[in-house]
Write a protein that binds this ligand. Structure first.
Ligand code: S3P
Length: 429
């Protein structure tokens, strides 16, 4: 689908961001491992969480969907079924990486497949440590899906220091560790999103400069009955749009505020954004609140490298904010972006290049020459079939002087099926 986006004079109104993708996927997987019935409210209708739910069913859970409430009758750790067909993870790296951990731990053999984007993303980062834990994994070209995951040898719990700040890798190892008599301990030196340890209630020990998270058979898997918060990574598009479009005021109800996810809030504040938070509360194990953003004059920023994992999914839209901030902004230490749904450094460069913004692409990031007065006529943006690139391009397109086109825009549904409708609603208030 080609989506046309016209410039807007203002954005006004209140929206509830879609249910969090990362938390929905974890809720489904943890509910499978729980020996009982979980009622997950506000489960995400987006493609990635729906792929995960289908895999969880293939592994034996009984899933019933009633509007936005998903009921999962779990199998417990010892009751998982061998899937009849391949587990289809669609576009979701989270599904493939977390479920590989579950397969390794449980000893259930399965083939895992995904779409062209997922099959082009490296799985070496999970294959090596899972093999250390006793798995035998056959991967295309040594490191890519389809994967065949087997475990014939006994599970070997281990101490594992994360070589990259990745919540998917951390969660994969902890999920395998949940099946071990002895604890598996994951050592994290750069914080990444902590939904897994929160929602499973795992033991976390904080030491100077590191966090040690343990998982074993002794950990009870909690019932996953809670309401999924709004997705901060989806709200991020409106946070930036609200700042850069004049005369705007947007309220984002019930948005997740997990501190390991919301670095964008701190960065935008530092850039001069007018953002306030109301009604801070807890939704299960996760903090949420209502965020209000108003048009703001932004200044350039250099993102501290430690913060990159805490805004990794927001970097495409942050690059759009940087385009309208006075001065040179720098994203560095972000080579992980090259391993996302597409090579996002290349994709951001193409997006900015389509409008004539001044920038330099680096191996591990970008330098962007921002200007609050920056303007362009119209542009044709390629999404590279990456949801976050399609949506970031749409927000950038709001600042053109005539209608722009976003190619392959339907991929927004991977995380945010209502994105185009919400855009129309905010633009027409
Ligand atoms: C995710 C973790 C992040 C993020 C992805 C979802 C998760 O990846 O980019 O969209 O649900 O754990 P890494 O932390 O593995 O880089």
């Amino acid at each position: 689908m080609i989506q046309s986006v016209s410039p807007v004079k203002k954005l006004k109104g209140s929206i509830t961001p879609p249910p969090d993708k990362s938390i929905s996927q974890r809720a489904a997987i943890f509910a499978l491992l729980h020996d009982g019935i979980s009622e997950i409210k506000n489960y995400s209708p987006a493609q990635d969480p729906q792929s995960t739910l289908a895999c969880v069913e293939d592994l034996g859970a009984v899933v019933t969907i009633n509007e936005d409430k998903v009921t999962v009758k779990g199998k417990g750790r010892d009751g998982l079924a061998e899937p009849k067909d391949a587990l289809d993870c669609g576009n979701s790296g989270t599904a493939m990486r977390l479920l590989s951990g579950v397969l390794t731990g449980s000893g259930v053999s399965a083939k895992m497949i995904g779409d062209a984007s997922l099959c082009s993303r490296t799985m070496t980062r999970i294959i090596k440590p899972l093999e250390q834990m006793g798995a035998h994994i056959l991967a295309r070209n040594g490191g890519y899906a389809p994967l065949y995951v087997n475990r014939l040898d006994p599970l070997k719990p281990m101490d594992y220091e994360l070589p990259i700040a990745s919540a998917q890798l951390k969660s994969c190892i902890l999920l395998a560790g949940l099946f071990g008599e002895e604890p598996t301990r994951v050592i994290e030196t750069v914080p990444s999103r902590d939904h897994t340890e929160r929602l499973l209630g795992l033991e976390v020990v904080e030491e100077v400069g590191k966090k040690i998270i343990s998982a074993s058979l002794k950990d009870e898997i909690p019932n996953q009955s809670y309401t999924i918060p709004g997705d901060f990574s989806a709200a991020a598009f409106w946070l930036v749009a609200g700042c850069i479009v004049p005369d705007s005021e947007i309220r984002l109800e019930g948005t997740g505020l997990n501190p390991t996810r919301n670095a964008l809030l701190h960065l935008l504040h530092e850039m001069g954004a007018d953002i306030t938070i109301e009604n801070e509360r807890m939704e299960g194990a996760e903090p949420v609140g209502d965020i209000i953003v108003k048009s703001s004059e932004l200044r350039a920023i250099n993102i501290p490298q430690q913060m990159i994992p805490n805004c990794i999914d927001e970097l495409p839209i942050l690059a759009v904010a940087m385009t309208f901030a006075s001065g040179i902004s720098v994203i560095s230490g972000a080579e992980e972006l090259r391993h996302k749904e597409t090579d996002r450094i290349m994709a951001i460069a193409e997006m900015l290049g389509a409008t004539g913004v001044n920038f330099t692409e680096k191996e591990d990031g970008l330098e962007i020459q921002g200007n609050p007065e920056f303007s362009f006529g119209s542009a044709t943006f390629k999404s590279f079939d990456d949801h976050r690139i399609a949506m970031a391009s749409a927000i950038l397109a709001l600042k053109g002087s005539s209608e722009s086109q976003i190619l392959d825009a339907d991929c927004a549904a991977v995380s945010y099926p209502g994105f185009w409708k919400d855009l129309t609603s905010l633009a027409s208030c």
